[in-house]
Design a protein around this ligand. Structure first.
Ligand SMILES: [Zn+2]
Ligand SMILES: [Zn+2]
Length: 98
């Protein structure tokens, strides 16, 4: 466990030699998301697009979030299936239905 950079929250360097761009720095300061919306073309519940801090874009982190309840209900109405969340790890997911 190394120290995390205070700018981008990534281990292995410090704020002094942080390679993050302006945009990455801005995103790193965003509040952590509280739930994950289901997106089919757009977010099902109509939520505004949101910027996530980069560390939350990793599946590992994203999968710790609960699914937006509204989105889950709408997803079921739309597809007839319940949302599977957290997602099955990719290596176990052999069907290539896209
Ligand atoms: Zn950094
Ligand atoms: Zn939602």
């Amino acid at each position: 466990m190394g120290r995390k950079c205070s700018v981008c929250n990534i281990e292995g360097h410090t704020a002094r030699n942080c390679p993050a761009s302006e945009d990455e720095r801005r995103r790193a300061k965003l509040p952590a998301p509280t739930k994950i919306h289901i997106t089919i073309d757009k977010k099902l519940c109509g939520a505004e697009p949101e910027d996530w801090p980069p560390q939350w874009l990793e599946d590992e982190m994203a999968q710790t979030l609960p699914v937006c309840e509204e989105c889950a209900v709408l997803y079921q109405e739309l597809t007839g299936r319940t949302i599977v969340w957290p997602r099955v790890p990719l290596e176990n997911n052999s069907n290539s239905e896209a």
